[in-house]
Design a protein around this ligand. Sequence first.
Ligand SMILES: Nc1nc2c(ncn2[C@@H]2O[C@@H]3COP(=O)(O)O[C@H]4[C@@H](O)[C@H](n5cnc6c(=O)[nH]c(N)nc65)O[C@@H]4COP(=O)(O)O[C@H]3[C@H]2O)c(=O)[nH]1
Length: 528
Amino acid sequence: MERSHIVIFACIVAALCAVLPILAAFYVSWTLAVSREQARLKELAEYAVTRADAVFDDATRALKAADHLVAPACSPEHVAAMRAIVITTRSIEDIGYFANGQLICNSWGAPDVAVARPKAEFTAANGVSVTKLQLRIANDAPMIDFRFRSYSVVTDPARLADVLAGTGTSLAIATQDGMIVAALNDPDPDTVKRIVANPQGDVDTQMLSAAARGRAWVAVALSPEIGLVMDMNREQLLLLSLGVLIAALMIGLVVWVSRRRLSLRGELAIAVGRREFVVHYQPIIELKSGICVGAEALVRWRRPDGQMEQPDIFIPIAEESGLIKDITDQVIENVMKDLGGLLAADRSLHVAINLAAVDIHSGRVLQVIQRALAGTNVLAQQIWLEATERGFMDVTSASATIDEARRLGHSVAIDDFGTGYSSLQYLKDLPLDALKIDKSFVGTVGLDAATSSITPHIIDMAKTLDLLIVAEGIEQQRQADYLVEHGVQYGQGWFFSKPLAAADFAAFYHARQKEFGPGPAIIRREIA
Ligand SMILES: Nc1nc2c(ncn2[C@@H]2O[C@@H]3COP(=O)(O)O[C@H]4[C@@H](O)[C@H](n5cnc6c(=O)[nH]c(N)nc65)O[C@@H]4COP(=O)(O)O[C@H]3[C@H]2O)c(=O)[nH]1
């Protein structure tokens, strides 16, 4: 990836890291606040409707008691009985007796002025009708008239909405068809009507609401959503600060990773320029005889302070940035410098060099090797080339490079076989010489692991295609024994030796030669 792409990518990731946790925290805290507020409104509406029903029941009882009075209408006894009803009924202010649409008397006797009976606006299931009067007493709200047959009682609507709603919350006590009869904090009549008609519906996106239906009334509680923002409680603020904290941590992480990647890339470019790469050699052993027949060249990056970086850290970045070509060239150069003498003196020895996918793709590396071999008396047959399955994905270019490599005398091996996308197709279509079994499979030999059954299949496949087999990562005697038994010719791994610096490898090679004898002639698989 280009440096500018890394920077842009890091900025986008950092911006997302900053915004997403905060948005998520805000969303969670908002959802919590909304559901809490809705629960509060529901509780309020249920409590209010219970109270309103109780007031209505009280007024109904008064009306029915008056309806049973037997004293002659508006006689002193009748008026006294009505007064007694008013005194003993908490929910009503007065009671009146009507005939022919006119008030004849109330609990104080005959009225001073003529009062016409108002028209009923709504009739409840128990037969009591409801009317909002023009008459206003203590507060601003018009009084409510409940009437049953010849009697009416007037009630202060404050008795119907006798609850504490809290500032910002409005409450309506409405008839079953949505007419408000009592209210707190001026709820909008149209909104209340819509909620009564459709309590579950999305009535107003800026209002939270809850409705409760009682025997006679419907209570509707409303509060504006904006109130929640002001009302965010401690827990919600805590969530938000947690979101900010996570965002900060994530941004820090992104900055750290991208800086490290950028700086590693920059450092790697400098290291290529300063030729800071050295090669270590892991001996390759002929398993049945124990003779050392070659080595795998493994690159290391020796920093100026002496610290050694392993290839797993820098090869992927080198491949991404295109620096890998220079590294391959330096490895080839180092191999010839380190082991050129040994190779020229002993034809039975070979060195396997790892190539990147791009090296296989372009084939350019073959000329580099040719130039490095020129005048050294080292044969091309002594230089093996290895690449992972990724290098052979583009079969056309890979075939061309392998054909040319083989024509020049090199042997070519597929590395880490079985860990990628490899299929039999690769092996059939490519003129390969050898297959390297990945250490992850060798490690399972003799174990019950699910992958342990793969190793014999890989071995069989290689035998069918008549490929040389090299097993990687042999750490134990039993693994070596198993591989010999199954016809694997070569192996490498800590059981024999870790990768060694050039001088140590030469010493290892000579010691091994003394103990197990000289190596065979040049190892070469003939392809018809
Ligand atoms: N656990 C365990 N590990 C063992 C054992 N024996 C050897 N190994 C390690 O296994 C890796 C074998 O190399 P690889 O599969 O080609 O895998 C190599 C190869 O794909 C790549 N690489 C190394 N040098 C070069 C190079 O010059 N060019 C390119 N393109 N890639 C390279 O880096 C990979 C890692 O190399 P290393 O870190 O040197 O790791 C080496 C080696 O040190 C063992 O018994 N047990």
